[in-house]
Design a protein around this ligand. Structure first.
Ligand SMILES: [Zn+2]
Length: 590
């Protein structure tokens, strides 16, 4: 029987009887033969755990009974629908009736004018970030529906909020403050249609769109911040609340395997290396263990086979640029977890797996909050130190992707390949034959080309958009109060190539050029951005001339580099100050 595992419908028990009987006899033979294949039989039983997952109330320790009015749209519809905007708001209102520990604030408004509510769950209830700091609690931010076709996180985060609020003195709230934005891309969510994401089994009534109403992908917007939604997240969640842990919920598009959760840590090699290693080697493996042992849900790092015809070539992750939200928050020295629910599992399994993953994260976070807090504070300190003493430090502008030291095991399926007449990408169907593979995991981006890490950047054009962008990211921006002469590195572009096809409304630049040291006079009013700040790596990413995801790439300096009536290219009005020096500078931010 060749059938997509996730698409299997629960057929009547009578129809399944012969299959069950054959399976039973097969297992019996295997057991009696004493063959090692029993292992495969045991693994085979695992999908059943996920196929018919325990009910929500049954899966949690001491989970409360859920009253009718507190069922999510997914639950009420028997997993044929996902909640619309007004249903999310109505659900939140119901939650407000049951607990004082919920405060709701809007983080902003979508392009179409919908307010985006954030649930602030704390015991005692709080209204401000300062109150969270006074309580000395660790702030965790859970974000869902950034891609409104990937609705599992929206449903699961509402279930999570309900469980925490229904449970008196929930243990999570002893040490954590939870921030939940269940429906970030609220405009995309209102475009629900069964035509969206047709590759996934359910919900029958459809899901929203990936893009927001401005046709922007919010998960490519973390650097340029052109969507009101991402701007709201950065300004009103990250800058204000400074969560220690950030979780962004998605659903995969690719490979077939047993695991219903895939995940990633931040990937950019310009992030703090110790914090990155902590997430990859300690925090996430521990969370995955909890997920398996306590919630009986399997997880594997996010990826796809480099060559599906030959899995031994390895499993490969996604791109490292901080335009992706979790890479971005990693660059900000915070714990960042990408949740990618497994597309081929049925809708209910996807929602419940995501719910379990969120709980496993919070189980870990609430018991190890001191360790987490210490890790991010140390990363901030190291970042400031790197900016104060940049000598010998580098910033990577090109990367190589290499496998991690340890291979990973993916509980994959044998595929049936159906070639298409006339060539083209063949149709792939998973069989029900398990084929676990242990392969290299290409998830380590290492610097291929670096530049010296500077002490500060100086910007000589009074560009309100650039200034605004830097401030929106929460950077400390200063201006020179007096004219000053400084030895800086000047970047002269030699080649500026804009992409032929626009991407997110931009023709992304590739720039090549030369650096030369010069003594320059900088007028009073020139902007200064030091790297000796907690967001120092982000500052460099935005302003470094050859950064692969900086403001040059996103066209913010085009008009200065390629001026009117000019054949060649002009120097970039961003200058690299390499040596620490005392500057007559005043903060722009109040
Ligand atoms: Zn996504």
């Amino acid at each position: 029987m060749i059938q997509n595992f996730g698409r299997k419908k629960t057929s009547s028990i009578f129809k399944s009887l012969p299959v069950i009987l054959i399976l039973f006899i097969f297992l019996l033979v295997v057991v009696l033969s004493g063959n090692k294949m029993i292992l495969a039989g045991q693994q085979k039983s695992k999908p059943e755990i996920r196929q018919k997952p325990s009910t929500v109330s049954g899966s949690a320790v001491n989970a409360p009974v859920i009253p009718e009015n507190l069922l999510t749209v997914a639950e009420k519809s028997n997993y044929t629908a996902t909640s619309r905007y007004h249903e999310v708001l109505a659900f939140i209102s119901e939650l407000q009736k049951i607990s004082h520990n919920l405060v709701v604030q809007d983080i902003g408004t979508t392009a179409e004018g919908r307010r985006v509510p954030m649930l602030i769950i704390s015991d005692p209830p709080i209204h401000t970030p300062q109150a969270a700091r006074n309580l000395k609690k660790t702030v965790v931010y859970i974000q869902a529906n950034i891609h409104a076709g990937e609705v599992e996180g929206k449903e699961a985060s509402l279930m999570l909020a309900r469980e925490v609020l229904l449970t008196p003195s929930h243990p999570y709230l002893s040490n954590l403050v939870l921030l939940v934005v269940p429906n970030l891309n609220a405009d995309g969510n209102e475009r629900i249609s069964p035509e969206n994401r047709r590759q996934q089994p359910g919900p029958e009534q459809g899901v929203g769109t990936r893009q927001n109403a401005l046709n922007l992908d919010l998960n490519r917007d973390a650097i340029k911040l052109e969507s009101p939604e991402m701007k709201a997240v950065v300004q009103n969640v990250l800058n204000r609340w400074d969560p220690a842990i950030i979780v962004d919920c998605h659903t995969t598009n690719g490979a077939y395997h047993q695991e219903t959760i895939t995940y990633s840590w931040p990937l950019n090699p310009n992030s703090d290396p110790e914090l990155l290693a902590y997430q990859r080697d300690r925090l996430l493996p521990a969370i995955v263990r909890i997920l398996k042992e306590k919630y009986r849900t399997l997880a594997v790092p996010y990826g796809m086979f480099r060559d599906w015809r030959d899995p031994s070539k390895g499993w490969i992750t996604f791109e490292p640029q901080p335009r992706y939200f979790t890479n971005y928050t990693g660059l900000r020295n915070r714990i960042s977890i990408l949740d990618e629910n497994y597309v081929h599992a049925d809708y209910r399994v996807r929602v419940e797996s995501c719910f379990h993953f969120l709980k496993a994260i919070l189980d870990y976070a609430s018991s190890r909050y001191e360790e987490i807090q210490k890790m991010i504070e140390e990363a901030d300190r190291r970042t400031i130190q790197a900016g104060l003493n940049p000598s010998g430090r580098t910033f990577a502008v090109e990367y190589d992707l290499q496998p991690l030291l340890q291979p990973i095991t993916i509980n994959a399926y044998e595929l049936e390949v159906i070639e298409r007449p006339g060539g083209g990408f063949p149709q792939l169907k998973p069989t029900d034959r398990l084929k676990p593979v242990t392969v290299p995991y290409f998830a380590s981006y290492v610097p291929k080309r670096t530049v010296a890490y500077p002490f500060a950047y100086l910007i000589t054009v009074p560009d309100p958009e650039v200034r605004e962008k830097l401030l929106t990211h929460g950077l400390l921006v200063e201006y020179l109060s007096d004219e000053v002469s400084l030895e800086v590195e000047v970047f002269s572009p030699k080649e500026l190539k804009a992409a032929e096809r626009p991407f997110q409304g931009h023709r992304l630049n590739q720039i090549k050029g030369e650096y030369r040291k010069e003594i320059r006079k900088f007028a009073a009013g020139s902007l200064v951005v030091r790297t000796s700040q907690p967001l120092g790596y982000l500052a460099a990413y935005l302003l470094e001339p050859e950064s692969d995801d900086g403001l040059v790439v996103w066209n913010y300096f085009d008009r200065y580099i390629a001026g009117q009536w000019q054949r060649g290219l002009s120097e970039l009005p961003v200058y690299r100050l390499l040596q620490p020096v005392k500057l007559p500078a005043v903060s722009l931010s109040k």
